[in-house]
Design a protein around this ligand. Sequence first.
Ligand code: ATP
Length: 501
Amino acid sequence: MPASVLIVDDEKNILLTLSQSLQLAGYRTELASSGQVALDVVSARPVDAILMDVKMPDMDGLTALGRLHEMKPELPVIMMSGHGTIDTAVKATQLGARDFLEKPIARDRLLVALRNALKHQAVMEELQELRSQMSRYDMVGGGPAMQRIFSLIQRTAPSEGRVLITGENGTGKELIARALHQNSRRKGAPFVKLNCAAVPHELIESELFGHEKGAFTGAVSVRRGKFELAHEGTLFLDEIGDMPAAMQAKLLRVLQEGELERVGGAETIKVDVRVIAATNKNLEKEISGGHFREDLYYRINVVQIHSPPLRERREDLPDLIDTFLKEACARNGRKPLTLSAEALSVMASYDYPGNVRELRNLVERLAILCEGPVVSGNEALELLPRGRGLSAPPPLSAVPSPLPPPLPNAAIAASEPALPRAPEPPAPTGFRPRVDRTFREQVEDAEREIILHALSHTQDNVTEAARLLDLERGHFYKKMKALGLRRSAADKDPSPGSSGD
Ligand SMILES: Nc1ncnc2c1ncn2[C@@H]1O[C@H](COP(=O)(O)OP(=O)(O)OP(=O)(O)O)[C@@H](O)[C@H]1O
């Protein structure tokens, strides 16, 4: 549909001439003989742009412009005047006019001004839509990759289609899964998450399907699994590429038939769950290597959303940094910080192997350590891990900075409370600090490692393992439970209940 232009002038001839020119150029026109009539038209029906004279009896153009701007700040208005002075033009711009034309008006100049005003308007509307999508999905990023993701979320969320989200760690896969749930008809029901890589293989079935009382050692009461908990809602299976083969077959059955049995149970339970899965692995490679079932892959991969690494969408960095900086400053009770152009270019030269999660942590660190109010290039430089991931040398010479250098990992470890002494201290087996998992997740990983190591050292004797780590036996049990570890059949201890915890 052609754009509609409201022309406002008290001189009939001008109204008719301008209207003719615009109609010839393909616009629809409406005519108003005064500022008041223009206000009435705009409040009655939509117009796309206004062309308005300054000098009119009753209500002059500038007064009408001020009122219009209050009513519809986004509506583009082009002012025109036969006695245009610089002052009037400046005033009109201050009141929100998009352009100012001098009478007599050259047709070409008029058409260019109108085209520009409408184009500007379209861009603003697009930006507005993007902003509202971003706040709707709790995700930041206006670049083409994020726009593609928003559009896929918008089209997929209302359906029942299963979605496979792929991408490196920390790229926002869980946020996408949550956005899909929040924008689906299931949003009133639970969103339940299971990280398949974080649960020991022998526990994953009972985590997903639940268990009956006495199903195995430690199953002291009936427990509903994640599928039951997610009934009528969404189950997010993170790191599905790490699901053990036996479990993949069982998952396939639930996806095909919508029913399951709890571990140790005979009753068949019907579930209505939308499954969204995520992985940082290449599942096609996993299939060729015999580690992932092809039939399961096709079941979970109805729609695929790929979340690219941050280094491939650097255009999102300014928005992400700005958002995280505002959040971090508010959280740490300090005045808002801004980034200098040098700091931004330093931050943009880093590759972020831990993706958005790593960026968020670095920005938090900036908010805590920088003096402000503007972060300098050197402060940003000091913040980045040295010698890792820089895609190009930062454009600054490394001069001394007011910031302390980043804490080496050893120093961080040294500032943590030391583990209790034990007669034969078991060392964590394979834990390495990572930037792609949160602090809490890494501490839990380390705790799980320590406990499993102690248990293997004592042939699963819990009392002995707790003693070795200098922990209360009851506390040791609680920790195991919180970390998703269960006592194995080999555990020769009496039940934790008998210890009174
Ligand atoms: N587009 C985004 N806008 C705002 N925050 C984001 C965005 N993408 C990721 N984040 C933030 O980055 C962190 C990691 O995101 P998320 O947990 O969704 O990533 P993930 O890909 O699921 O990671 P993992 O594979 O390690 O589970 C979170 O703090 C999240 O809020």
